[in-house]
Design a protein around this ligand. Sequence first.
Ligand SMILES: *Cc1c(COP(=O)(O)O)cnc(C)c1O
Length: 382
Amino acid sequence: MNVSLKKVITQLRENKQYFSTPCYVYSIEDVANNYKKLKGDLGTSLIYSLKANSCLDLILRCGHIFEDGVEIASIGELNLLPRGQVFRYINNPSADKKFLRSAVSSNSVLVVDNLSQLGLIKEVQVKRSINPLVLRLNHSILDKFGVIPGRVRSDHFGLSWGDALAALDICKKNHLTVAGFHIFRGSYSFIKLANITAQAALHITKSFESALGYPIAFVNLGGGIESHWQNQKFEFSRYRSLLSEFPSYIQIAHESGRAIMETAGYFVTKVRYVKWINKTQYGICDGGMAQNFLLAKTEQTFRRLQEPIIVRKGIVVDSGDTANCGYLVGTSCNRDDVIGKVMGKEIEPEDLAIFCNCGAYNASYTLAHFLRLPPAKSYLME
Ligand SMILES: *Cc1c(COP(=O)(O)O)cnc(C)c1O
């Protein structure tokens, strides 16, 4: 059992009166360690992708950890962060003029998704000075420069190569400085695609510089790093030496949400009632998919439910010799509101179920308004 899980259990036992369930518990130390380790492995700047977890208290406490900035995808996220505390990159295909204008006035860097956005930026520029722009490139551009192992899912983000060249031309004519470019090949893509992405990015760097007539300063290679990246077979030292082929005046960055946040968060819900139907035991909890949508695994064709740690009166309940397989269900009256399974033990009312790896997307990807159910609380742990 890892250190922060032990701490969560101790906290729930010793400071019971301060916790109400359902809740998320986040370990600041885990966020800091994940960030530092990942940044060290990559050997580049590391930008935090805020949509993975935008819990305000957590972000405020981690502001100093995210030293290379935060990537923001909505005006809501932009307004969440106090001005001046963390550096921001703004990136969303649908960003409108209002969003772009507030982004500029908060001194953010704009990541341009399409030519229409670039047109709006030209209008904003008349009134204000803006930071050098980053062009987001659609990842299909990379296929021109390397052989892809297998199919990569296509998406609608960023500029096509033709539009990218047009954008460079527009920037030149309108005295908009281009800092560089940004590519993202999707979550979980890193292990498979990082090396060929970097190789292609080297070619793109040259094309950008010759189109612009000046050196670029910034390349964001995306990420798509999974939360347990350290257990994967990937030669980071080889990757870092590939990255050293970029000119030294270029700041190379990666960005990540999941790998920084996932293992730093726990979801805790209390079993309210227990019942049996035929030979199956159900624990009816005070939280479920309305507070943690991802646990219900409705987006997977094969639902592999997580097995939480069960804590009774402060003590972890070990699996015994019973063959019982039970389910934990939530509060939403939805047939799919099954959030976990319990193997080899029976559950009792007042048991706490602690789900690990709930720090990324579990809270932020939950639609909280169904049945007017209460949202989960969030607690921070040093
Ligand atoms: C969502 C997103 C990320 C973060 O993906 P993770 O799998 O959480 O690391 C990074 N970059 C962009 C452009 C994104 O939209």
